[in-house]
Design a protein around this ligand. Structure first.
Ligand code: PEP
Ligand code: MN
Length: 342
């Protein structure tokens, strides 16, 4: 249930109302927007008398929400979520804003392979405008015989690249037992294969770090939002949604980029939405057109795979851009954004 308060409601009156609602055994999510204050009632609202609340002098309107996702719901929180990723690289705190018009560009290799590789890529993507560095250390590979990542050593190398460039780092957590290696990781990625690992999501709800939540290969938009809800219900509201292609009958590309998911997610939720064109298509020559389409469609950012030697990459070389191709992509994306006035 959503309760919109009148503009002239005092903090005291609001506090009394919240206290009363809590005494009914419900939780209250308070959202203070620029123009409205909204109370989201969480829990079993079946027995709550809607008419009674509507009749209160400080209440403007009451709406029952049928969707199960509440904290991620735009009805609860009309303004776009904005949060900052703080990286303390070499003692210097650098902040990257997510949302509020900042177009978030995350780039880097599929996997961290060596210090030279990750540092060289980090420097080149930074020079072309990337704001964050990606790189897998724990890799969810389809075959158990493929390169599985450098694990904790990979994270150490990412941290070196962060200290060198000041770029905050994002890397995937596959198992909670690895969380101890993530102290210096700025954004924790939940990969497509783990989108519905509920225990992982619940535990990430207790961390204070932003979570990059990728859509599962065969999951609906509503399931993605419910997974975000798991993290938010645990207390962590810093969730970035990522459309990375879904499995369809089409085999011309690795997955099918669900471009419509961008406006749909942005309508249903206040969370930032970014797009991963690399895993969506799996073929380097399609990465730029998909990025341009996503930019025109209102994505809040991109996460793109870049490698300094794609032919020799230990993972996902065929979809990795060279640093030069990445620089060209960033320029073109900026032109599209200007053209569509985003
Ligand atoms: C990745 O980003 O490295 C990755 C494995 O992506 P996804 O989980 O979307 O397949
Ligand atoms: Mn990859």
């Amino acid at each position: 249930m959503i309760v919109v308060l009148k503009k002239d409601a005092t903090i005291e009156q609001r506090g009394d109302l919240i206290e009363w609602i809590k005494s009914l055994g419900l939780d209250v999510h308070l959202s203070e927007g620029k123009f409205q204050t909204v109370l989201g009632l969480i829990g079993d609202t079946e027995s709550v008398d809607e008419e009674l609340i509507k009749g209160l002098s400080i209440v403007q309107s009451v709406t029952r929400v049928t969707e199960k996702f509440k904290k991620a719901n735009r009805k609860f929180h009309n303004d776009d979520s904005v949060f900052e990723v703080n990286s303390n690289a070499g003692g210097v705190t650098a902040g990257v804003k997510i949302g509020d018009g900042n177009f978030l560009v995350i780039a880097g290799p599929c996997s961290v392979e060596s210090e030279e590789q990750i540092c060289a890529i980090a420097e080149s993507v930074k020079a072309s405008g990337a704001q964050m560095l990606r790189g897998g250390a724990f890799k969810p590979r389809t075959s158990p015989y493929d390169f599985q990542g450098l694990h904790a050593d990979g994270i150490e190398l990412l941290v070196k690249a962060k200290k060198l460039t000041g770029l905050p780092i994002v890397t995937e957590l596959m198992d909670l037992s690895h969380l101890k290696y993530f102290d210096e990781v700025d954004v924790i990625q939940v990969g497509a294969r783990n989108m519905q690992n509920m225990e992982l999501l619940k535990a990430l709800g207790k961390t204070g770090k932003p979570i990059l939540l990728k859509r599962g290969l065969a999951n609906t938009v509503s399931e993605l939002l419910l997974s975000a809800e798991y993290i938010m219900a645990g207390g962590n509201e810093q969730v970035i949604l990522c459309e990375r292609g879904i499995r369809t009958f089409e085999t011309a590309t690795r997955n099918t980029l669900d471009i419509a998911a961008i406006p749909v997610l942005k309508e249903l939720s206040h969370l930032p939405v970014i797009v991963d064109p690399s895993h969506a298509c799996g073929i380097v020559r399609y990465v730029k057109p998909l990025s341009l389409a996503a930019a025109a469609c209102g994505t809040d950012g991109l996460i793109v795979e870049v490698h300094n030697n794609p032919e020799r990459a230990l993972c996902d070389g065929p979809q990795s851009l060279t640093p030069e191709q990445f620089a060209d992509l960033v320029k073109s994306v900026n032109r599209v954004r200007e053209a569509v006035n985003l």
